[in-house]
Design a protein around this ligand. Structure first.
Ligand SMILES: [Zn+2]
Length: 458
């Protein structure tokens, strides 16, 4: 019997049972944690936010770790306002009117040496609720699987109102929209359409749901002081994704033609990567933000090419530092425009090259779809995959031709001027004036340019 019991114990996966009691007046979470089937002696944070936690003894040797007290439950307090001082965004904590949005790894402690599942229960005062991308039991307890804890989730807590779960096509996939409940000028229907129209555009692109997750896509909307429809957004795209979208509380329209929801929600379908390389995730998303708006008709073909051409002319050419270097040091140099639009310019050049190589039967769209369902790639593997897709025999009109390593590696490492003008000219893209651009249908690649923004184009 003993041996049998021991075998069962060894087989059981460790679990952390977490009870969270928020005190929103103090902007604090009081947490009790009980463990099952775990014998470790230390609990650690995945983010460097130990200064936001009180009530536990810091580990003498290990940063962002705490000693396990002799007795359970462990009790500790997380200060949301201190988390926000680390960074005022949901990757740490953002205060959004009467609610908070914070990252789960700021309050869930990893059981050292174990892959533990979390059972998280919130004890909430009247009028306060939570929203998270996790499955929930009838009593409100959330389950955070080992895999989901590894990729991270946003948790919304405060005065929230659900805008419902909507099933979208193509792909028949659900999105659950939660609103931070505050006065706003837009109608609920406008906000729902802001999210769902963008997701439907992406579902058309990916031939189905942009996420490989199984649960409803978790979207939290919050109003901020602005008259713009879309203001800002942030996405955790891996596993079951989490999305935050900020809109202008004073906006009465403009949601149909806004770019923020199109951009942010496209991130959900970005290829899986090992490590971060913004030239791909931000750059390619920036390219498709314009292309997909033109395809869905929420921006005219002419206006989309005007934005693309102007931004390529301004930011595609390196300024002495390569795109690869600017991308790797984005957090220090904040060259956002150069990384976003330099990456978009690479996406554009690859798109043209792939279309030329395949005589119009393939495009970057196909490569993006294939990469999305493929293995996680590191930066080098991603560059090699893109170089393979583009091939080596691309048109001479491509700026600077193609470096021996390939189009993507050449573009990423180029430090000298990268002249995009010949390629724009071949596509019939001329001078920009205001929001419009001179497009010529007689140019050698004019047909290709039209195919790029065609609805449901290849
Ligand atoms: Zn982005």
């Amino acid at each position: 019997m003993i041996a049998f019991g021991l075998a069962l114990t060894l087989a059981a996966a460790p679990v952390a049972e977490v009870t969270v009691t928020p005190d929103l007046k103090k902007s604090e979470l009081a947490i009790e944690l009980r463990t099952r089937d775990w014998t470790g002696d230390c609990l650690c944070l995945d983010k460097p936010v130990a200064a936001a936690i009180t009530g536990l003894t810091a580990h003498p040797d290990r940063e962002d770790c705490f000693l396990k007290p002799a007795k359970e439950p462990l009790k500790y307090t997380v200060s949301l306002s201190r988390l926000r001082r680390f960074r005022d965004d949901p990757d740490f904590a953002a205060e959004l009117g009467p609610a908070w949005l914070f990252h789960d790894s700021t309050f869930l402690l990893r059981l050292d040496g174990a892959d533990a599942e979390f059972k998280v229960k919130f004890v909430l005062p009247q009028g306060i609720s939570t929203a998270a991308p996790w499955p929930q039991e009838a009593d409100g307890t959330y389950t955070v699987s080992v895999a989901q804890f590894d990729v991270g989730s946003y948790v919304a807590l405060g005065k929230l109102r659900t805008l419902g779960t909507v099933t979208l096509e193509p792909g028949h996939f659900p999105v659950r929209i939660t609103l931070v409940d505050e006065a706003k000028k837009a109608t609920d229907a406008q906000l729902i359409s802001w999210v769902t129209k963008a997701l439907e555009t992406h579902a058309t692109f990916f031939n189905g749901s942009p996420t490989l997750g199984k649960l409803p896509i978790h979207v939290v909307l919050a109003g901020v002081s602005s008259s713009d429809a879309g203001v800002f957004g942030s996405v955790l795209r891996r596993g079951e994704p989490s999305v935050m979208l900020l809109f202008g509380k004073n906006a009465t329209g403009g949601f149909d033609s806004d770019w923020v929801s199109v951009h942010e929600l496209f991130h959900i379908g970005n290829p899986p990567t090992r490590g971060r390389f913004p030239w791909l995730t931000e750059g390619f998303t920036t390219y498709y933000t314009e292309i997909l708006r033109a395809r869905s008709g929420t921006k005219s073909e002419n206006a989309a090419w005007a934005t693309l051409a102007e931004s390529f002319r301004d930011y595609c050419a390196p300024n002495g530092r390569s795109l690869s270097e600017l991308s790797a040091t984005l957090g220090q140099h904040w060259e956002y425009q150069r990384v976003y639009w330099g990456g978009a310019c690479l996406a554009f050049r690859l798109d043209v090259a792939i279309r030329q190589k395949s005589k119009g039967t393939r495009s970057l769209d196909d490569v993006m779809r294939e990469l999305r369902v493929g293995e996680k790639l590191d930066e080098e593997e991603m560059i090699a995959a893109l170089d393979r897709a583009a091939g080596s025999k691309v048109a001479a009109s491509l700026p600077n031709g193609v470096a021996p390593g390939g189009l993507a590696s050449g573009h990423l490492n180029e430090k000298k001027r990268l002249d995009i003008e010949p390629l724009l000219k071949d596509l019939g893209i001329g001078a920009v004036s205001g929001d419009s651009v001179k497009l010529s249908d007689d140019a050698p690649l004019a047909k290709m340019r039209k195919a790029m923004t065609l609805r449901a184009s290849k």
